[in-house]
Ligand binder design. Sequence first.
Ligand code: ATP
Ligand code: MG
Length: 559
Amino acid sequence: METNVNQPIDFIREIIEEDIKTNKNSGRVATRFPPEPNGYLHIGHAKSICLNFGIAAQYKGTCNLRMDDTDPAGETMEYVESIINDVKWLGFDWEDRLFFASDYFERLYDFAEELIKKGKAYVCDLSPDEIREYRRTLTEPGKESPYRNRTVEENLDLFRRMKSGEFADGSRVLRAKIDMASSNILMRDPVLYRIKRTPHYRTGKKWVIYPMYDFAHCLSDAIEGITHSICTLEFENNRPLYDWIVNELIEGEKPRQIEFARLNLSYTILSKRRLIELVEKGYVAGWDDPRMPTIAGMRRRGYTPEAIKTFCNKIGVAKKDNLVDIALLEACVRDDLNENAPRAMCVLQPLKVIIDNYPEGQTKEIECPNHPKNPSLGKRKVPFSKVLYIERDDFSENPPKKYKRLSPDKEVRLRNAYVIKFSHLIKDGATGEIKEIHCTYDPATKDGPSLDGKKVEGVIHWVAASHAIPIEVRLYDRLFTVEDPASKGDDYLNYINPDSLKILYPCFAEHNLKDALPGARFQFERIGYFSLDPKDSTKERPVFNRIVSLKDTWSKLAK
Ligand code: ATP
Ligand code: MG
């Protein structure tokens, strides 16, 4: 398990260390990651996962995985399974502590009755609009509900009848009796339970009343003995309510809520509601579309769990919201792959090259290192023959100044192989497009000096036409054209990048790639990092996703 011993200490860890020092909770540290199974996890969740599991590991505590499934609308088993899969893939272990808030429905109901019996909760018949109206605004105290002073007996009776399904959806709610004049609107008698006849994916039709988040979350924490309940800043105003409920109902040690700034990532949307919209309206090919900021999308694209965790540790934990540059995430992915991905050659936009002085039908196996700096990744054999493909861009008939690739008067080295020299070219009579170029090679130049003893600056990649395998390459770019699509509100769909996916076929890859396993990652030399798509690849047509380019083409990192 990951520990963060080299991490600079953040304000949450400061609190925890202080609590350990003062022996609060007998020195125990228990955290939880509490997703609602109403969507797939995204990179923002990864930040929370790394924080909660990271803290548990660092302070020899525990971290629970809890499905916060108290609102039946939109929650499904598919989402539960995806969450389990994603947290596991990131490399975290909750051991036997997978919990479901829906398993606590009975106990939460009992807690609610207890509040009623203490005179701290009442059944209210106001409509949702009326409740809002009575709460009024920050500048004036709220107005008390006419149902606020019902007797305990009447409240208990009505609440039990709410539970047994006697009343229509939305006709009554259970409210905490706190303070209608509180400066915190959330403390003006918040709703604790509502009637909702939506079947729950786990409890079916057993319940027609469901606890609200504010009631269920803190008590679920208490039930599990959570010591530090870490959540995002938008819950800051809920903290007094969290504390109020826990203080009314829990004896002894109580969980403490601590808020941190959620991750916002440039050129990215991290709201489940919006991600659902992208999927349902077909803007992307599903939750695991490699352009999605979901863990599933990133996994399919070829991101490594290590890179995601490095990123989460780098951005740290702040108390104020900010926008993190996606280039930082891409740089983490690039650094990891640069060190660990074996190299391969693949030509994306092929131009045929014929080596006129190379014997027809002959093939030479050239041994190539799989990694320039890491010999433990081994070597592979790449065939060389008379007809090759090079990248269209790597030849220029009228090269600009400083052009270092192949041109009529400039030799170039074929990576790991010979130096070649231009001879002539053949164009398509109708279109004027270059069909093929003819070159000569010097057999003495493999690993040696250039044809005329001069240093050859340019090195280009290539594949032998006789052995190359055709592959499909998917080039991904950012899904949005603006830095902060979330700031566009409901108009965010107008800022989808129309060029976020380009498909190239056929690209020609060295034949070694035919044995690549789904998910295998490579650096295609001089091009970028790619991985074999686990879903759409076939034997006949392997599909490679571009994970990330070799360099940051958007260059915003300097900002
Ligand atoms: P969304 O706002 O995208 O709908 P959510 O907060 O409703 O997401 P949950 O399933 O409730 O999603 O989130 C589970 C946990 O992950 C919560 O503790 C939440 O605070 C945290 N979390 C969600 N989004 C982010 C984010 N962008 N950065 C950090 N933590 C996040
Ligand atoms: Mg939430």
